[in-house]
Write a protein that binds this ligand. Structure first.
Ligand SMILES: [Fe+2]
Ligand SMILES: [Fe+2]
Length: 382
């Protein structure tokens, strides 16, 4: 049953329209009103499918009513048929301009009114269906974007785990460095998106170790000078793996873009987490006072995220067991770190680290090496 609202300030006109439409009562539920204010109120309370309105009325006239219907989210899609005098050329033009669905001359002919109403009702049904389909499609697209974002995050986490399997005794180190870094950044007052990105990006700091030969990476004793040169390459290898426009990715895009592949669109879609991870991978061994590697940057030339990860990584290395030494007590680790403030660690980052200590301790307990987050594989550790 379609709902129709008819508005005219002239009671005789309303009576005539009522007689005109009385045969349609099976398909249409028609409300007749004399006052525009009452019509606006009725439109708020009931979902009408069409409005027929007189144009010349005292107070709110037909044109203003049209405006109000169009401005309101709830009523903007209801078609409005406007009744005008034969000679109201100006008013007719204005009514169409303001979004009237159709015009009808007074006196209204029964067949005309019914035909026009059928038309606008049909169009509205069609448009309603279209809108419903559109919003369904939008929902689907949104769901797919969420799925894609989750897949990305999951791949990033797994990438960190992959690197870890080659290097550390347990995989928990990268998880702790991610959490510590987030805690330090929180103390530095960084915005939420930065914190979330850092949590995911920091665990990838040593991903470049994938590219270091076992003879160097897994060597039980100290490295000689040449081996150190090889070891230091893990920063650039890490960046190369993670940066979108790396020398690996660009030729791949070039090759496949000539074959009408959608690969270009996929790879052009820069991922801010991977971008931050690439920056961290490249610069996490730089030192605040200079003299780090691979670029020898100093001070604020080193990206903040890398200065944060440097502190988190140093604390975790000092407080973890190593094949050649046991974990140091927290007090000793802190005093070693304090001695590097200004030369290696950024003083502001170190202060934030100290403020974050209660949370850092909680993270260390939650993700300690005794907690098996990853499956242990015989022979995977050194
Ligand atoms: Fe590293
Ligand atoms: Fe590390």
């Amino acid at each position: 049953m379609k709902r129709i609202l008819i508005l005219d300030d002239d009671q005789r006109m309303l009576d005539a329209l009522r007689r005109t439409l009385h045969r349609q009562t099976e398909d249409w539920a028609v409300t007749f009103l004399r006052r525009p204010e009452a019509a606006l109120k009725a439109l708020q309370n009931t979902p009408y499918d069409a409005v027929v309105t007189d144009i010349r009325m005292p107070g709110i006239d037909g044109l203003e009513l049209l405006d109000r219907i169009r401005q309101c989210e709830q009523t903007r899609n209801i078609p409005v048929v406007v009744l005008t005098g034969v000679n109201d050329r100006d008013l007719k033009a204005k009514a169409l301009e303001r979004g009237a669905a159709d015009l009808l001359n007074k006196p209204v002919e029964a067949s005309q009114l019914i035909a026009r109403l059928r038309n606008v009702l049909e169009t509205k049904t069609y448009q309603d269906n279209l809108r419903a389909t559109n919003s369904l499609l939008n929902e689907k697209v949104q769901q797919q974007s969420t799925d894609l974002a989750q897949t990305r995050m999951s791949i990033i986490c797994r990438l960190g785990m992959a690197a870890e399997f080659r290097d550390e005794d347990t995989g928990n180190h990268v998880i702790r460095v991610g959490c510590y870094s987030r805690a330090i950044a929180t103390e530095l007052g960084m915005p939420r998106p930065f914190l979330e990105m850092l949590l995911l990006a920091a665990p990838l700091h040593d991903i470049g170790k994938i590219g270091i030969p076992d003879s160097v990476l897994l060597k039980p004793g100290p490295l000689d000078d040449d081996e150190w040169i090889v070891m230091k390459r893990h920063c650039e290898i890490g960046e190369c793996i993670l940066r979108d426009q790396s020398k690996v990715v660009v030729p791949l895009i070039d090759w496949y873009s000539t074959k009408q592949s959608t690969l270009k669109n996929v790879l052009d879609n820069r991922d801010p987490v991977l971008d931050m991870a690439a920056t961290i991978a490249l610069t996490h061994h730089e030192k605040w006072g200079g003299g780090g590697y691979p670029r020898g940057l100093a001070g604020e030339a080193i990206p903040l995220e890398s200065r944060i990860v440097a502190a988190a990584d140093m604390f975790d290395a000092l407080t973890s067991n190593r094949p050649y030494r046991p974990a140091r007590p927290e007090e000793e680790a802190l005093s070693i770190m304090e001695n590097t403030v200004g030369s290696h660690l950024d003083p502001k980052v170190y202060d934030a680290f100290i403020r974050a200590l209660p949370e850092i301790r909680a993270i260390r307990d939650r993700f300690s090496d005794d907690v098996a987050l990853f499956p242990t594989v015989e022979g995977a550790s050194r």
